[in-house]
Write a protein that binds this ligand. Structure first.
Ligand code: SF4
Length: 66
């Protein structure tokens, strides 16, 4: 199972992740990501990896495991 995680300390509210992965990430009123949570569908994994790589603060990660 793969899931998204945000490091709330590192996140700088750039909002880029929500632009790249709107299917799984919303932004709150301050621009911080709100993850929809749960398991990432296989069809979103490639886009999720791109979003994690693009995060300027390296705050977005994909976890795997149970
Ligand atoms: S791109 Fe990175 S720093 Fe910007 S809102 Fe998303 S997780 Fe936070």
């Amino acid at each position: 199972m793969s899931a998204l995680r945000v490091d709330p300390i590192a996140c700088r509210a750039h909002g880029l992740c929500a632009e790249l992965l709107p299917e799984a990430i919303d932004l709150d009123e301050w621009g911080y990501p709100v993850l929809r949570g749960g398991e990432l569908p296989a069809g979103l994994l490639a886009d999720a990896r791109r979003a994690a790589t693009a995060c300027p603060a390296l705050a977005l990660r994909i976890t795997t495991g149970r």
